[in-house]
Design a protein around this ligand. Structure first.
Ligand code: CA2
Length: 149
């Protein structure tokens, strides 16, 4: 199976700025660590980060027919982007929304997600572990689906 990990705006700053909020682990480390864990499960994982909404939409379109599942931390676009929601639903690829922080415990404007309703599930609030938890959730979901085919 093939998975795509998508990270949205400002997540390239992880580990370099505001470690008291977002921790001290870099995105590069998160990506390579998850790639190793995916490989151990026989999953090919590709990663993509952009600060541009349209680039994220394009990357999701490019994955149609090429990946089996998507892990997405859309950053602030989670709370604003109907374009990303339409791209994910239009692609028809099962996806898990994930966040480092517990968005429900933060400002009111972070409580709304345009992506959550179409997702298999949402993982939020476990820091960098949210990435692995989301990966395990997606994998378990897709393996269970394969068994029923
Ligand atoms: O908790 C998450 O993973 C978020 O997706 C992070 C977004 C935020 O807008 C969402 O509401 C929740 C912000 C990412 C900003 O990342 C930074 C990392 C280091 C320094 C500054 C920003």
């Amino acid at each position: 199976m093939r998975f795509l990990l998508v990270n949205g705006p400002n997540l390239n700053l992880l580990g370099h700025r505001e470690p008291e909020i977002y921790g001290s682990t870099s995105l590069q480390f998160i990506e390579s660590d998850l790639q190793e864990k995916a490989e151990a499960e026989g999953i090919h994982l590709e990663s993509f980060q952009s600060n541009f909404e349209g680039a994220l939409v394009d990357r999701i379109h490019q994955s149609i027919g090429k990946v089996d599942g998507i892990l997405i931390n859309a950053g602030a676009y989670t709370h604003t982007s109907i374009a990303l929601r339409d791209a994910l639903l239009g692609a028809g690829i099962p996806y898990v929304e994930l966040h480092l922080s517990n968005t429900q415990a933060r400002e009111q404007f972070r409580h709304q997600s345009f992506l959550a309703a179409g997702a298999i599930g949402v993982v939020s609030g476990f820091g960098v572990n949210s990435y692995e938890l989301a990966f395990r959730g997606l994998l378990t979901y897709l393996l269970a689906k394969q068994m029923t085919l």
